[in-house]
Structure formats: C-alpha cells, structure tokens
Write a protein that binds this ligand. Sequence first.
Ligand code: TNX
Length: 729
Amino acid sequence: MAKIFLSILSLLMLSTASASATTPDGGIVPRPRHAELRDGVFTILTTTQITHYSDLRPSACYLAEYLPLQVRQYNADSRGDIVLRIDKNLEKEGYILDISPEGITIDGGSAGGVHNGIVTLLQLLPAKIYSGRQHLPIKIACRRIEDAPRYAYRGFMLDVARTWMEADEVKLFIERLSHHKINKLHLHLADDEAWRIEILTHPELAQKGGFRGPEEVVAARYGAFDRRYGGYYTQDQMREIIKFAAARNIEIIPEIDLPGHSHTLARVRPEILCRYTPDTNASLGYDTRDLLCVSREENYALLEDVIAELAALFPSEYLHIGGDEVITSQWQRCPDCQALMRRKGMSKPTELQHYFTARVSAIAARYGKRVGVWNEASEGSTLSKDALVYGWKDVATCRKAAAKGFETVVMPGAWFYFDMRQSADEAGHDWAAIFDVKKPLSFSLQAQGFTAEEMQNVAGFEGAFFSEVYLSHRDYDYNYIYHLTYPRICALSEVAWAGGGSWEEFYSRLRDSHYGRMEAMGIEFRLFPPKVSYSDGQLTASSSDGGTIYYTIDGENQGEHHIYTSPIKTTTPARYAFHTRRGPAFSPEAGVKERFSQIRPKFTLTSSMTESERYKFSGVESYSRVGRTTRAGKQGDWILYTFDEAVKCRRMLIRTGNVQTPRYLFEAGYLEVSHDGKNFTRVCDLDHGCGLIENPTQPIKAVRVVCTQSGNGARFVTVQSPKVWPILK
Ligand code: TNX
C-alpha cells in the first residue's frame, strides 16, 4: 500500500515539477526580477561543454559539480554550449540567463553575478540534479531571465560557539545557503562558551577555549556535561572554508564577541578581567558578567594580536567585534575603570563600552577593516560611521541605527532569529517570538515605518541561528538546525533578494517547485502541521504542503505509522496524532483540540535544595512561572511534587531545566512515582532533564525527581510546573 501510494505521489510531483518548468519564472526562489518564456528547448547532452571567461573557472567547476560536463576556457572558436561571461554593464551581482535552442549563456556583472545565474539555471533543471540522480540528456525550455538583487547584504549568522560544527558541516550549510543566493555568512566564532578560531600568537585561546568539559578550563555547558566537548578551526581549515564559500559567492564575516560574552576568554586569560574583589558567585563557574577590563592596556595589545591575524586570514571588508548585552557591573566595581571614567569625564558606565568600541575599531582600521557591531554598540555612542550595525533587538533599534546614518543590517529577532520555535510545542527559543516561515516573508521596511532616509541606510537582511539548544538535539534522528532554518531561509532570501511579496504567490513557488529541490538536497525542512477536524463521527486531515499524511493511534501497535488516505470513523478522535512528511521534511504533530488540552492539578513542591528568593516555588505551584533553586543539583538531590488529590491522567511530564537554556537541569537522574504518598517506585530515567510518565495504571499522588550527577557548574536548577494530559473519553 505504502509503495503504491508513494509511486502515485512521485508521479504527481513529476507533473507539478514540469508545470512550474513551463511558467516564465520557473518557480525560482528567490523570485527573479524579470523572466520570459521563449519558443523551443535546449538539450543538455553528455557532450555539452561549459566554457568560461578566464577568471570564472571556480564558477564553471561549481556548475560542473551538478552537471557533469567538460569545463573549458572560452576562446574564439569555442563551441560554447553553456557560456559563462562577465558583462561589466550589469549590476554587480546581477545576471542575464539566456536559454535558446543553440545554447545557454550566463552573463554576470561579476563572478558573483554569474554564480547567481548558475543557481537560477540549476533551479530550472529537474530537482534530482541536487541529489546527483539526474541523468543526461536534460531538456530545458527556452527563456530569458534578467535578474539582480534588491539588497547587497543577504546574510546568515551561524553560532558555532555554543554548538561546535565541524568544517564539513559548515561547508554543507554554506552549500545550501548559496542555493538561496545568500552572500554573507557571519560566523559567531567566540562567545562565553567557546573560542573557535586558531590564533597563532596566542594558541591557548583555541586550544583551551575550544573545549568544554569536566577537566577543561571552560566548564561544561549545554547538553554535554560528562565529557570533553568542542573543537576549533585551524587557520588552514578556515582558509579552506573561505575558499569554498567564495566559489559560491559567499563572503565570511568573522565575529569575536567583545567586550561582554567573554567568559571563555576570561577562563583562558584571567588577567583580562577587572581588578576588583570578585564576588563569590564567580567561583561557581560560568558567570555571564565576564567582560574585558576597559582600562587594562594589555587587553588592547592582546586584541591587536588577534585582530592582526583575523584581518590577514579573512578577506572580508568587515570584522564583527560583537558589543551586545554588556553588563557593566564589573566595570562599576573596578577601581581602574572608575579612574578611567573620571579621567575622561564620563558619567555613565555605558560610555566605557563606547570608549572600548572606538579603540578596537581603530585597531581594526589599522588592519584595513571596518567593524561590524551589534546594535547596543551604536546606541548613544561616538561609533565611526564606517561601522556596520547589526540590529537584532527589535525593529526600533534597527530604525534608530539607520536614522543615525549607520549602514544597517536588519535582523530583528522576532522576524529573523531562526532559533525561535515555529509553534508553541516545537523545540527552540521563544524570547523574541514564536513564528513560522510566513513571518519573515511578511517583513517590510515600509510597513515597519522606516522612512525613505532610513531605508537608504539598510544594507540588507540577515537570518540567525544561535545554537544553545542545538547541542541537546544532536542525538535526535533528524538534523535540528535544518528543521529550524528551512524553509525560513527561503523567506529570508525572498525578502533580501526580491524585496518580499505576497504569501500566496511565494508559497505556490515554494510548494510546487522549491520543496522538491530541498527534498533532493536532503534538507529536513519543516512542513506545516496538517489541518485536522472532527465532525459527524469522522476525523479528517489535510495538508496543503503536498506530502503524505501519517497518523498514529495512542495505545495501539506501539505508535505504528499509518498513511492517511480518507476520513477515519472513530468515537475517540483525540487518540489520533497526525503529521505530514515529504522526503526528509516533516511537520509537527496535529490533532483535535482536545488532544492537546491539559489539566492543572493542585500540588505542593518541596526539595532538598533551597528555593531562590526571586524565582520561588510558589510560582511553579500556581503554574505561572518557573522556579529556581539556589545552587546546582548534586547526586542524591530531589524535587518532590505532592498532589492534593491523586491525579488521574494519561500522561505527565516533569521537567528540570528549560529548553531555552538547557543548562540548569539535572542532566542525569530518574523519576519515582507514588500512588499513596509513601511508597515510591522508579518509573523512568531523565532525558535532557525531563521525565515522561505514560499511561499510569493508578492515580499519581506524588512524583520525585532524583539527581544522580553532581557538579555541572551551573548556578541553579530550573524547576517547572508539571504538564498533565487528562484521560481521554
Ligand atoms: C541573544 S543576539 C543573544 C545571544 C543568544 C540569542 C538567542 C545577541 C546579539 N545575543 O547571545 O544566543 O539571543 O536567541
């Protein structure tokens, strides 16, 4: 049955692919500026050649990776079936793709423009081109596409500090970005949790700062606590990545986050910190207040060594020096920083940050670089207008930077942080917003109130993936980063390249053409949850995404997946869970409302650890906020939930920690359940700090969470209200 269904599905997909291939824009993402169909077809044969102008060899070789054809330099008698050329009259990253029965030409304003033309050409070929399973000959409808980007800066930020990504993983990420005409990769190389780039004059920065763990100078954080974790890029590896990216029209912009977010730097080189009597909190390991002392001259010498090497290594015009979330409390306690403030006549500690930024920018300038900074570093400061400001906080901070005349990269978290979860019950952060692909696609500078002058200063857009949560999903059976970033990156590319557009028009290109390409690329992108309704005793599910809908029935056949083909007669609709799949892509679970409803039974919380003054257990008991203890868990510690009345339920989830900061948890332990409040039985081990009790046979009077591992260096344990799903009728 499954096989028949799948072959019908692939037939359907073939016909949609050829349908889009005969529309002028070919279902291209991002949307080209101008496209028109012409009569006839061109056939790519095994004997077809790619010929290129002399400096376009990397572009030709890139195309040949997908179309296994001979590559030759262009000369007067070239047959030139597929010709790559530069036309200086075109916009820098613009191109003209001309497909006629005689051949294909791609003229680009630069090598980048030619690359963009190649990306478009690939999208016009059968999607199997991306998986290497398409054989020649290929027939392609004649057309002419004239295209150029709306914004020069089309970026993505990857946080390799929190979760370590091997060079090959970064390359794969770059490959996929380049299929979306993204042209900047902002690499977040140093943060509180790691230093990931080799510095030859200070090798300890990466050799020590690249790793976390029980025996390392940087304590374990995020997901892996019992072992050495991490890595760093040698300069040779980074040169490789830079070259690989350049061949795909992607420039790498390195970031070292300063002067805050410097815990790792401070662990490796403690002398960078302010000279003050440290408070006892610091001895507990991680301290988000670690920041460079502004008044210590040697710090600028150290940074000069680092900047000199980064400037030589990275060809980018920019060096990102961070500047976000600086908590100035240490400067305020430091006698030297206080003296500096007096000498310079400063009245606010934030002026110390601006002083720091100005000095580091001057160093960067001496090495030929402009600095990139997070928006905080541009606020009320004397920052040079040469700087590129990254507005992450919200739309207002982006507008402010642009209004001040800074070239601004627009990336407010609520639209462009793809580490945010896509719906309430999915994984990911939620501090900025919970949103799916529709949200970034809807972003418009005009609608957000940017004035004409502010708009002039918008360099472009950037999506971001911060990776605190990624690490704890690495042992899952899908690749979390791709599920969070796609198809949201498609929307980012549409906004940055084509200036956005209507959801309906974009979605039809996405679903009818681009989903198929991403499937062939092997991207585990997110589909929309299927729509589920129940009436007249029948359960109906549908999906607009064109995939296959599956369902499971609670308590039957160990969650076997059935393919949904027609409405299901049932009197217990809430037992059914539906999801959609399309190749490697999948949706979150959907079902009738009742399936997701929860109850909030009254309980009392006690623990072997004391509660925090600010985050009291009473907030947990009233289901209103998380609670905290005053220290990390040790072996034998416990948290006890005692219910006023024994709870009848089908499922209960007990959580320590918080998916957003998966550090303040019992990283090893188990749950014990009691039905009488006296005798306890062990029921399950914790997974990422959580324990799930399924189909308990008797009402639950109490649950105890027991910790079996000491010392994760955290400052507290987060305690959460239980999640309780009632027994279904
Ligand atoms: C805010 S964005 C941060 C990061 C976090 C991120 C999580 C920015 C400049 N600072 O340190 O990882 O939120 O979404």
